[in-house]
Design a protein around this ligand. Structure first.
Ligand code: PLP
Length: 372
């Protein structure tokens, strides 16, 4: 056990009680709605948070990279969706993954993806299990929910002998563009309605579509009634939450489980600021999009401090109102910063220092990079 003050700076500190609370709340919400929770691992990328988020079942995840897929399979997790349309090299890598666990699903949105899977045979006549990626308005990946071509693709998957249609998958990343909780819930209802309409249409044609999966952290944090008709949710950011989620209305400031710690290293009263030993290599560059009055993040317990700007390893801090009280922050003072986007911030750190009841009790090492 160590004190926070013994850590090198900058470092990422993860509060275990908050992670557990965020995960338990999401599991409970899903249970109340009768919806399965399939957490996305992209934010934390650790076996430990994977276990907590699945209620220790180690079953039912979404991953965003091949490196994550391998890591969670090696860690004993099963029933995993690789949630990115694949290129052929990734299909080839995935053959070994499909053969190593009982359920490993691909995500596809194009007839060329289907063709690649059909051309890549699996051992023992095993079928590929696929989710059809449906675009219900976000406009990134996914086949459009209202296009006849999408319906035709679903029919082709259904008819394929080497591919099994496990379900439909929607990621409503457009929930991040909403500016009020009312707008988020409207968008969730629209997404769920489009997903359900599409699956009803398939079922009327005799195309069985067992799973309907949707979910971003904003929509799953504020689930609506119609979302109870969805089979499963797949949010990921909620494990840590962040300032962006706080501004959308998904969480309170106190729910944010990860902070970057930094030390004050210089005082510049002639320029009205002080400097900390943390820049964008530790806090991330997406903080440029921050809507906070406190600048590129929010320093815990210091509402009058603003992180004005960052360079690679340094951050400039000034007072929002009045003059900066340098005596309050002697050189060496530790500052804890809530990040704007936890997924981006966590991806910059090789180690998470685990805080439990005020002491550092453990280290988690996230899986890094992509690997195919
Ligand atoms: C395909 C996909 N599914 C699920 C998620 C999880 O959403 P969130 O980060 O809002 O929890 C993401 C996030 O980027 C995603 O890209």
């Amino acid at each position: 056990m160590a004190e926070l003050s013994c850590l090198p700076t900058p470092s990422l500190v993860v509060d275990l009680n908050k992670v557990t609370q965020n995960c338990e709340r999401m599991l409970q919400k899903c249970q109340e709605l009768g919806v399965k929770l399939r957490p996305h691992t992209k934010t934390h990328k650790t076996l430990q948070a994977g276990e907590i988020s699945t209620g220790n079942r180690k079953h039912g995840l979404v991953v965003s990279t091949i490196a994550e897929a391998k890591y969670f399979i090696n860690g004993g997790f099963t029933d995993i969706i690789f949630a990115q349309p694949p290129s052929l090299n990734k299909v080839e890598v995935c053959t070994a993954l499909v053969e190593s666990i009982s359920k490993f699903h691909m995500l596809i949105d194009n007839v060329q993806h289907l063709q690649m899977l059909e051309d890549t045979k699996l051992a023992n006549g095993k079928q590929w299990s696929v989710f059809l990626d449906l675009d219900c308005g976000y406009g990134r990946t996914g086949a459009k929910w209202d296009s006849i071509k999408t319906f035709d693709l679903a029919r082709l998957i259904h008819q394929s002998e080497s591919v099994d249609l496990a379900g439909l998958y929607v990621h409503e990343g457009n929930s991040y563009n909403q500016t009020s909780t009312g707008d988020v819930t409207k968008l969730s209802d629209m997404t769920a309605t489009r997903l359900l309409e599409f699956s009803d249409k398939l079922e009327k044609e005799g195309i069985d579509c067992p799973v309907k999966s949707m979910g971003s952290t904003p929509s799953c944090s504020l689930p609506t009634e119609i979302m109870s008709r969805i089979t499963e949710f797949h949010p990921g950011n909620y494990v840590f939450y962040d300032l962006q989620q706080y501004y959308i209305g998904s969480c309170t400031l106190d729910d944010i489980a990860c902070t970057v710690i930094a030390r004050v290293i210089g005082h510049y009263p002639d320029r009205g600021h002080m400097v900390m030993d943390c820049g964008w290599t530790a806090l991330d560059n997406q903080s440029q999009m921050s809507k906070c009055v406190t600048g590129h993040g929010c320093i815990v317990g210091e509402p009058n401090l603003r992180i004005d700007s960052m360079t690679q390893e340094l951050g400039k801090i000034s007072a929002i109102n009045g003059k900066l009280d340098y005596e309050k922050y002697p050189i060496g003072t530790i500052l804890r910063i809530y990040p704007w986007h936890a997924c981006a911030t966590a991806s910059l750190h090789e180690v998470y220092h685990i805080l439990l009841d005020g002491a550092i009790v453990d280290q988690w090492r996230p899986v890094k990079w992509w690997s195919a």
